[in-house]
Design a protein around this ligand. Structure first.
Ligand SMILES: [Zn+2]
Length: 331
């Protein structure tokens, strides 16, 4: 294990990993030392040091430091084992990514064969076949994935490693609507929303990747940030293609780096207007983090009890939603 970790860190040098995630050193010190803004906390004066020879980082601002794996843990908010898995996946993206592509292709086919799935999408107000297709939405009925994938030559071990089946050989996703999460044209995770009574949300045990559909949303200078993928889907359907989602209300430092990749960007946060105020609390905590990252943030208020999905289901139009966006003021 330890030997493997050393090998992993040699294969993906820390500096290279940072640069792949848009980190740019402002200046170089002596002996392979690079200094820049810390990707882990918001700052205006560079205090993040990378020693390329030792493959280590240290931030004098937030006091955190370590090796590549430690960095991934902090940057993507992942536990140790999942950080290692994330890095391994970067080294051998081909089989794992192909496996997920095949899985999604099967789930997409199943969507049209299972009326309970299309009925569920209709209930959530999602009708436009073009949007369903574009988002790659599928359906996991359960009970057929293992046979389908092993028949194509994928090993049981790979399926287990990917988290697609559990230790009993059963499908992880069962009776769930599936959204593939893509990053740089590769599927990095799958989000499954139950149509039954199981726990609503499920992801594979790996990084959920960057902001959803960021490749297409990043060209906009005004961006709408929602909590859930059904919120995103109904907003896309209503023409708001500048909508993205971090699947939940917690944004990682990596998400903040994405949102600040264009100067002068405004982010409209439209989290759930739920009774326990969790969405609103998260929105208020997010605003200062965005502003220190140079992003103008506004909190959008929907009528009480609504999220974007339920708002449209209740009959709201694109004009109504635009009105809510216009009412949003900076804090
Ligand atoms: Zn820092």
């Amino acid at each position: 294990m330890v030997k493997d970790l050393e090998w992993l860190k040699q294969c993906i040098p820390l500096l290279e990993y940072l640069q792949r995630h848009n980190w740019r050193p402002c200046r170089a010190g002596s002996r392979q030392e690079f200094i820049g803004l810390c990707p882990l906390h918001q700052e205006t004066r560079p205090s993040f040091y990378v020693n390329a020879a030792k493959n280590l980082f240290y931030c004098h601002g937030c006091g955190r430091g370590g090796d590549l794996i430690r960095f991934v843990q902090l940057f993507l908010d992942l536990p140790f084992r999942q950080s290692v898995a994330h890095l391994e996946q970067q080294l051998m993206p081909a089989p794992a990514s192909q496996l997920l592509e095949q899985t999604v292709a099967l789930y997409q086919l199943q969507l049209h064969r299972h009326p309970e799935a299309t009925r569920y999408l209709e209930q959530r107000g999602l009708r436009d076949p073009a949007v369903i297709e574009e988002l790659g939405i599928g359906y996991a009925p359960g009970g057929n994935l293992r046979r389908h994938l092993t028949a194509q030559g994928y090993s049981l071990e790979l399926l287990l490693d990917a988290g697609l089946i559990n230790n009993h050989g059963r499908d992880t996703f069962c009776r769930r609507v599936i959204f593939p999460c893509r990053e740089h044209d590769q599927i990095v995770n799958l989000y499954g929303r139950t149509i039954g009574t199981a726990f609503p949300h499920r992801l594979l045990p790996r990084s959920k990747g960057g902001l959803f559909a960021w490749e297409s949303v990043s060209r906009f200078s005004n961006v709408i940030l929602v909590e859930g993928l059904f919120d995103l889907a109904v907003l896309w359907q209503a023409g708001f293609r500048n909508t993205t989602c971090a699947i939940g209300t917690q944004l990682t430092p990596a998400h903040l780096v994405q949102l600040s990749d264009q100067p002068g960007r405004s982010v409209y946060i439209v989290f759930d207007q739920d009774e326990n105020q969790a969405g609103q609390r998260a929105a208020h905590q997010l605003v200062p983090r965005l502003e220190t990252a140079g992003v103008a943030a506004r909190i959008v208020r929907l009528p009480a009890g609504h999220d974007p999905n339920s708002y449209f289901l209740a009959g709201a139009t694109a004009a109504d939603f635009t009105h809510c966006l216009e009412q949003a003021r900076p804090l």
